[in-house]
Design a protein around this ligand. Structure first.
Ligand SMILES: CC(C)(COP(=O)(O)OP(=O)(O)OC[C@H]1O[C@@H](n2cnc3c(N)ncnc32)[C@H](O)[C@@H]1OP(=O)(O)O)[C@@H](O)C(=O)NCCC(=O)NCCS
Length: 338
């Protein structure tokens, strides 16, 4: 049975069943990725930035003979932001190739069209069935990144400690667990607005003005995702010359996600990129003792950042793509009679 579903009011049994499905999908498609945990999963699925909306549906099997809720065979949600809808679809490996995925995308397409949005975007993990699925539905590939993973047990911590201090004179590094301190929010937002040395995908939000940055940090916290930041401060001006952001999600606390890393144009060439990332890893080692890996996404053309990541010990893992489709075309493709 397919129905619209609100994670805020869903029963704990449904949240647990969705977690089982998500972990079955990961085991089938990304067996090297850590399974997810239930911590803050409800909040992860329901909390959004101000002005954004997420609409979800589930496909649930018949109730069990004991009267418990049926297993979640599929789940879809779309996050409406700006003028696009960002889609995520999951179909349990035992229920695939029966048209469920296509049915779920059809539901989303109709709703997003009715809501007046123009396009739908989706992150597609390379070398998984999702590539053929979205291509069959008429989505086209807009952007490709490479995901790399750093295994912290293989890090040379002595070399890393040296990298963390090898920064040009006139800069100091600051570790800020939880987010940038309030007196640096404006300088932080300016650094993000001035340049974006893309260390993340287009579909991951990035915030450029102070209020949006505060909202974004607040949303992360509400979703159970703990941000850590290392700043390079230009001592003479007090400006933020560089920043790197890592998030440790309560849902998979052994593997953290690297978000933006930025070195402002006039401050390049002083070793800031390498130093802030090395300092971050050193800090995380004591702040997050459970942490075993960090994953990062880079544009393939971003050679400078790929080089620094390789020096830190990151190993490239697989392609991570962004696909999109025009909503009206998708509705027509899935429902030619309309
Ligand atoms: C992608 C996904 C949603 C597809 O769900 P599904 O219910 O199996 O898809 P459908 O049965 O509706 O397939 C529709 C069409 O897509 C294409 N397709 C889907 N899976 C395919 C595969 N493994 N190989 C080739 N084509 C495929 C086919 O053209 C198919 O039509 P057909 O069966 O008539 O040939 C499902 O595999 C899934 O949940 N993957 C994980 C997605 C994800 O986000 N993972 C994130 C963590 S890895």
């Amino acid at each position: 049975m397919v129905r619209e579903w609100d994670p805020r009011t869903a029963s704990s049994a449904e949240i647990a069943s969705l977690l089982d499905t998500l972990n079955a999908v990961l085991a089938a498609d990304l067996p090297q990725d850590p399974p997810w945990q239930e911590s803050s999963l409800r909040e992860y699925l329901s909390e959004v930035m101000p002005g954004e909306r997420r609409i979800s549906w589930v496909v649930q099997a018949e109730p069990t003979t004991g009267g418990g809720p049926g297993a979640m065979l599929g789940h879809v949600h779309v996050l409406l932001l700006g003028d696009i809808g960002v889609l995520e679809v999951l179909v349990h490996p035992t229920a695939r190739r029966t048209g469920l995925g296509r049915d779920l995308v059809r539901l989303v397409a109709r709703r997003v069209y009715q809501e007046g949005f123009r396009s739908i975007g989706v992150e597609v993990v390379g070398e998984t069935p999702a590539v053929a699925f979205y291509e069959a539905l008429g989505f086209s590939r807009e952007y490709v990144e490479t995901r790399s993973v750093l295994d912290l047990s293989a890090v040379d911590w002595t070399a890393l400690a040296e990298m963390a201090t090898a920064v040009g004179a006139g800069y100091r590094l600051e570790f800020c667990p939880g987010g940038p301190p309030d007196d640096l929010i404006d300088a932080y937002a300016r650094a993000k607005a001035e340049v974006r040395d893309v260390d993340d995908g287009e579909l991951r939000p990035s915030s450029y003005d102070p209020q949006r940055l505060r909202d974004s940090l607040d949303t992360l916290h509400r979703r159970g995702m703990k941000p850590y930041i290392v700043l390079a401060i230009h001592e003479r001006t007090g400006e933020v010359a560089g920043l790197t952001e890592v998030v440790v999600p309560a849902q998979h606390p052994t593997r953290a996600d690297q978000y933006d890393t930025i070195v402002v144009q006039g401050h390049r060439g002083y070793g800031i990129d390498r130093a802030i990332k090395a300092r971050m890893l050193l800090e995380l080692r004591s702040a997050e003792p459970e942490l075993a890996e960090v994953q990062t996404w880079n544009a393939q053309a971003n050679e400078a950042m790929l080089k620094v990541n390789a020096e830190l010990g990151y190993r490239s893992d697989r392609e991570w793509c962004e696909y999109s489709v025009d909503v009206a075309e998708l509705v027509h493709h899935l429902d030619p009679a309309r």
